[in-house]
Design a protein around this ligand. Sequence first.
Ligand code: PRP
Ligand code: MG
Length: 220
Amino acid sequence: MATEATALQDAVHLLPQTNQLRALQSIIRDRHAKRKDFVPNAGRIIRQLIEAGLELLPFEPYDVQTPVGRTYHGLRLTEQICGVSVVRAGDSMETELRAMMPEIRLGKILIQRDKVTKLPRLYYSALPSDIAQRHVLLLDPMLATGGTALAAIDVLCDHGVPEEHIVFVNLLCSPEGIRAVRERRPAVRMVTSSIEERLDENAFMQPGIGDFGDRYFGTD
Ligand code: PRP
Ligand code: MG
């Protein structure tokens, strides 16, 4: 019989919990981490997450000639992809994606949670005009209650993106957040580097990382 933990892991693509990944997590979860350590080490995890997210997008055959005159029968990602970041904390992930793939189309959705009620509010979105034909890497480092992610997914679906074309990439997620997304958007795939124990009464993940956006941008 599937346990609660295995059911959650089936719902998301969890990065292999290697020593290297856990060492990076230890740096950025440390309450005393300075920004000069937090930002680049978060970036190293984000790049692993983006690589795993890209793996879930469609590829097509692509042959190249090698310097010794042979053909390598390879693959390339289809051009029908894009990244969409949930501003503000998602900007940290957009930065890494843009560095990895300078020509990728990038959309933005600005959603902020009310500081007290924790309910998300949509302020703005700017998306590629043909986004309905694209596969989307949706970028936000935190999936806590799931309110923000579901609001962002609603924006994409309202623009004609099929649910099954969305890969939601996050750094940390809660069991509550996974369940919320799975329940309402079952075809959305998720990639994460950690499934946390739970949410506390303030909707912070435990053991968590605190407020990722404040720590990354230095606004705490
Ligand atoms: C944080 C985080 C996610 C959201 C997750 O954003 O970046 O977007 O909360 O919480 P939820 O799953 O409970 O909705 P926040 O609105 O605090 O602002 P920020 O991105 O500017 O840091
Ligand atoms: Mg946010």
